[in-house]
Design a protein. Sequence first.
Length: 92
Amino acid sequence: MRTQSALAERLGVAPDLLDALYHIDQHRARFTPAQLIAIRYAERVTTAAGDLDERLWSELQDHFADDAIVELTALIGFINYLNRFADALGLT
């Protein structure tokens, strides 16, 4: 995550937005319902991809079309790959 945070800051993402993402429970009002479900989905895919419950899937489909869910999932997987790659090589 440090690698992506550093990149996000270099690309102009405000540090307070990154802080809000790290402390999402304290900053929920800052995000739209679609953003919040995308964040929950990303957390679940990252920690327990095989354990997606019907409620989460239904909420995700309420906000995103199938092709957007595929793209979101691919991006989550790619970022997870980058994190593991950077960590394994000590690049963080």
